[in-house]
Design a protein around this ligand. Structure first.
Ligand code: ZN
Length: 317
């Protein structure tokens, strides 16, 4: 075993759109890239475990020299059995990771000349891959608070039949100023039964959790957290925000949903959008968008195929 190798721009990932086009002219080039991401230390046969250069059979199929079993390069990844060309998938990943605020399925379908359904399904599958990269729990001082998302139509008025969703947000607070990483979850309500498991899943025990006085956070000390509750005086300055980090992130999230996605986020799919926002927010200071593109593709090869039901009915997180 050796440590992760240093990645080189223009070689391991494209730094510009020009390089992207040059690196991925056809599906063969995309398949070779997926193969390299799946087996960074060289092919290893999933059937017999043998290592060593495989034979190349038909497009995208590798044949083990020992047991002669065929392995599809995309088997077990989110590209498994797709009818959409890999070049289209790659172009979607490029736009998704390099556009500052991402893009909607409508914009993507126009950009690619693909149908809305194809564009939407690709974005949705990439969002599932994004969640996998957010495994490291938050630590240090972490603000946690809930916010309400949705339920407002384009005119800013409460929409007919629109439902407001409770989203709980955790933000790392840096000293002396600034924010670190975030995590978010769409929860059924603001009860302790909804809030406690979220904190336990996303924050390292022993961390200081900053909350307001809400009883829904009262069980945190039982789970090894230091809860610091801030109680705002009832007659306080109306401009005072009890949880400035969460407040800031929540307003960016709402602006993104209204701007990029025109507020059209169904409750069944809200968590997927939260994952995309989180992926982008947590990489906001990455110097190279091309490297973020590679990181997303690295996740796709370790993300199990997403079913059609997951795409239409909402992924079961
Ligand atoms: Zn084999």
């Amino acid at each position: 075993m050796h440590g992760p190798r240093r990645l080189v721009a223009g070689e391991d990932y494209p730094a510009t759109y020009r390089e992207f086009v040059a690196m991925f002219p056809d599906d063969e080039a995309c398949l070779r890239y997926v193969e390299e991401l799946r087996w960074p230390d060289g092919f290893s046969c999933p059937a017999c475990g043998s290592k060593g250069e495989p034979w190349q059979a038909t497009r995208g199929r590798l044949v083990c020299r020992v047991c002669r079993r065929q392995t599809r390069v995309t088997a077990g990844t989110i590209f498994d059995k797709t009818r959409t060309p890999l070049t289209t998938w790659f172009e979607t990943a490029w736009h998704l990771t390099t556009a500052k605020s991402g893009l909607s399925a409508v914009t993507l379908s126009r950009t690619l000349g693909a149908s809305y359904q194809v564009a939407w399904a690709m974005l949705h599958r990439y969002r599932v891959a994004m969640v996998r990269s957010e495994r490291e729990p938050l630590q240090g001082d972490v603000e946690v608070d809930e916010t309400l998302v949705g339920g407002v139509d384009h005119g800013g008025k409460p929409g007919r039949g629109a439902r407001r969703c409770v989203v709980v947000i955790a933000v790392e607070i840096k000293q002396p100023t600034g924010f670190g990483r975030v995590r978010m979850r769409h929860v059924p309500d603001a009860s302790a039964a909804s809030l406690t498991p979220f904190v336990c899943d996303v924050v390292v025990p022993g961390s200081v959790v900053l909350t307001d006085g809400w009883v829904g956070y009262s069980r945190l000390p039982e789970h090894g957290y230091l809860r610091r509750a801030t109680l705002l005086p009832a007659s306080g300055d109306p401009g005072t925000v009890s949880m400035p980090g969460v407040h800031r992130v929540a307003s960016l999230l709402k602006r993104w949903i209204l701007g990029t996605h025109h507020g059209a986020v169904a409750p069944a799919h809200l968590q997927s959008y939260l994952e995309e926002f989180t992926f982008r927010f947590n990489r906001r200071s990455s110097g190279s968008r091309g490297l973020v593109f590679r990181r997303l593709l690295e996740q796709t090869v370790v993300t199990a195929p997403v079913t059609e039901a997951d795409v239409t009915g909402g992924y079961d997180w």
